[in-house]
Design a binder for this molecule. Sequence first.
Ligand code: NAP
Length: 485
Amino acid sequence: MVPEYRNCIGGEWVAASSGDWIEVRNPADTDDVLGQVPASTVADVQAAIAAARAAFPAWAGLTPPERGRVLHRAANLLETQVDAWTSALTREEGKTRMESQREVVRSVELLRYFAGEAWRVGGDLLPADTPNTLLYSLRVPLGVCAIITPWNFPLSIPVWKIAPALVVGNTVVFKPASATPIMAIMLTRLLHEAGLPAGVLNIVTGAGGALGDALVTDAGIDAVSFTGSYSVGHALYQKTAPRLTRTHLEMGGKNPVIVAADADLDKAVQIVAAGGFGLTGQACTATSRVIVERPVLQAFTERLVATARNLKVGPGLSDGMQMGPAVSTGQRTTDLEYIEIARSEGAKVLAGGGAPEGSVYARGHFVQPTVLAGLTPNMRIAQEEVFGPVIGLLEAGDMEEALAIANNTSYGLSAGIITTDLRRAIRFAERAEAGMVKVNQGTVGASIQAPFGGFKNSGSGMFREMGKGAVEFFTKVKTVYIDGQ
Ligand code: NAP
């Protein structure tokens, strides 16, 4: 019997009104059916929006600490179930057990962080122009927020959007990625177990292409928070503009790392391999272009190739695995197609370059960790996001050239440099066109308390996620003048 996971609309756990289901399978072993989720319809989306609207006044009417307590309880519950959630996450998304565990623990921390915001959301007390006048500003919720998420962090991205949306008093309609809907339904269930009232968080699963327009253009939606690809995000922005709906987009990346001639090469290889092959390269912040100064190009390349060839690739739940499969057959095809595009553009495959062979890989979407050399800045492989374990090497004559190559992309999410020269590090931090700059650290990874988001085509840019930015996005500012005469 295949487990059945349902939508949650107005506190009721319901099937799709179509009666149709979508099967979810393990990307490391497609014979392993994890469950089925509703193939929702536009009518289901509309019912979820209506439920969220109905729940809004009472939820917004609670004090922030009352709302924060629900998030605290959810964090405590999740913390007692880390092992079970870790396995479930790996079975659905494919990342290694260690990577899943980090994501679950981080989600506990995100819930706690945003629960704590309950005591900090406030405003400013301002000097008044007239006597006996109280002048202050305060932050109020937006209303009903549509939250649309990708599959690559199927737990932590929904948490870092939903938790701040809820704590400041919004209600939510959540449309998770179709590759990882079970994690999303488990999160919705967890928040209800923690005491969330009916209708405050509603989830509808199903194809974004079929449901997206109905969700983001509905007059009952006051804000949209989207993370995903540039193509989907860009099209979505045109749809929310006519109603002036507040919209936040976080999108793709083509993240560079510069390896300076003075770098500690062992450290550089470790940072680049973790950034490019960790999470199977399926991170918006993954390292995909490595720009190496000529004097160290050969030595760095040899060590990176050796590291790539030695990585243990396999099912994420097996012991000792360092890299799991691609999330889907579609993503694996994209990875392999980009490797072919690179070959046809003149790049050389120094490691990997295809699907690994052997019975352990027969039923999964595996791709070899791949190192490509001889890239030039304008090749497609140096410009377009792959979202797989593919690292491309580019050569630079000096720092100026390296910086120009690093910035030569339509994306601007994360950028790194490996150097022992503080002046170079500072120059890079000043000039890198990216929302996040890393010196001697991997391009992947962001602190909960720090602003996160991309420049250029990586993000809509007006707001930031995590940190204070999350509360700013999910609230609007009201200014109050009280004359006490
Ligand atoms: P995607 O194809 O753009 O999908 C993202 C979400 O949008 C999914 O829930 C998807 O639903 C939904 N969607 C699809 N078509 C839609 C439409 N017409 N209207 C509204 N929603 C629609 O991206 P993905 O493949 O899931 O994720 C990978 C991408 O996300 C990469 O580009 C990656 O760089 C980016 N990403 C960015 C960040 C960041 O913070 N900057 C973080 C993680 C990932 P379905 O799944 O049903 O299609």
